[in-house]
Design a protein around this ligand. Structure first.
Ligand code: UT7
Length: 341
């Protein structure tokens, strides 16, 4: 029988600080409708998104946005960079093809020498990262772990009519959480899943190592659309609503809780309709679900920590509350976390 690590913890881990950063440039639906055949009504009706933030390539990188989010999280936790023992960094859009941006952020924070682990699980990335950090703390290996979700999607989008089903959805940003050893219960559980049969239903193909040598050359890239996000939106949507519910119920069951016990649900911000579907199924009132897709679009791994950071700042996460995180995305991967605040 598999060992249940949730049952054999030595320590507890608690989120003691949250921070986020989004680029200054606001991209409205109106702006997009000047670039491609789309319109404000369609985007709002199908996705709930009113605007999103896109980086200014002269100013923003995944590394420096993450550093800003991390500094805010540390400040809110009354900690400094020196207190961080380890970094778990969720991102699928790193500044370089490799290395990942965890080390870039680490450099910006002056934390050279401590470990920085990269997690490449797209929209589920932050929960995977949180789970990894949780295990490191529970086993006593680290005391304070910086967990980050950050993405720049905008520069990978096809901003013509050909790419409209993805171009209108994605946004850029970074969110950070400080996870620390605690005497009190914090992260109650995490459940992680994947199903690689659907890998190509939401993916960016290039610059993939599976490409023949000639096709990985820069001149060839210019002639292909392999860098662009490809998404079978309908199919992804249908899987998302099922998996979200499954993995939330899994978390509740594992902790002997019912849906009524959830104080705040922070779902990955993929589509407002997906969030509303889950809300309906769980019969949660509006005040128990936090959505900010209206303002930021889908920021992939950054969406949950940005939403948590905002919800916390708005006083929506209070001591003893049960916070439920859930995500679904490319891979497919899906995950949930239940947290006693
Ligand atoms: O975060 C990771 C996980 N991602 C998700 O969970 C996303 C899941 N999928 C979705 O959110 C939705 O499928 C989308 C928002 C991507 C698309 O919404 P939809 O209601 O599934 O639309 P559709 O793809 O079925 O397209 C309906 C119509 C099509 O036209 P026809 O064939 O009916 O004439 C599209 O060509 O809407 C058209 N369309 C657009 N029209 C205006 C697609 N994109 C656009 C657009 N503006 N941006």
């Amino acid at each position: 029988m598999a060992l249940d690590f949730n049952q054999c913890r030595m320590y507890s881990s608690k989120i003691v600080g949250l921070g986020h950063y989004v680029p200054e440039t606001v991209i409205t639906n109106q702006y997009l409708s000047n670039l491609m055949d789309t319109n404000n009504e369609w985007i709002i009706e199908r996705t709930g998104i009113q605007e999103r933030r896109w980086i200014d390539p002269a100013k923003d990188t995944v590394g420096n946005m993450s550093a800003k989010a991390a500094r805010l999280a540390l400040q809110r936790a009354n900690l400094t960079e020196k207190d961080v023992d380890f970094i778990v960094f969720a991102c699928i859009t790193s500044d370089y093809y490799f290395p990942g941006s965890g080390v870039i952020m680490q450099r910006e924070l002056g934390l050279e020498g401590i470990g920085a682990l990269e997690v490449k699980n797209a929209c589920s990335g932050f929960i995977y990262a949180l789970s990894v950090a949780d295990q490191f703390i529970k086993t006593g290996m680290y005391k304070t772990v910086l967990v980050v979700g950050a993405e720049i999607q905008s520069t990978a989008l096809d901003i013509t009519t050909r790419g409209r089903n993805t171009a209108v959805i994605f946004g850029d940003g970074a969110g950070a959480a400080i996870l620390q050893r605690s005497d009190k219960p914090g992260i109650l559980s995490t459940h992680l899943h994947a199903d690689g049969r659907f890998a190509e239903e939401l993916y960016v193909k290039d610059p993939g190592s599976s490409r023949p040598h000639a096709e990985r050359q820069p001149e060839q890239f210019l002639d292909t659309t392999g860098f662009k996000v490809v998404m079978n939106g309908n199919l992804v949507f249908k899987h998302a609503v099922v998996r979200f519910m499954e993995v939330i119920n899994e978390a509740l069951q594992a902790n002997g809780m019912k849906k009524e016990d959830i104080s705040l649900l922070v779902p990955h911000q993929a589509n407002l309709r997906i969030s509303q579907f889950i809300q309906q199924k769980l019969e949660l009132p509006d005040e128990k679900v936090y959505n900010n897709i209206m303002r930021y679009g889908n920021t992939t791994a950054a969406s949950i920590p940005i939403a948590m950071s905002e919800a916390w700042a708005e006083g929506k996460m209070k001591e003893n509350d049960v916070i439920c995180l859930a995500a679904f995305g490319s891979g497919f991967t899906w995950a949930s976390a239940l947290i006693r605040w």
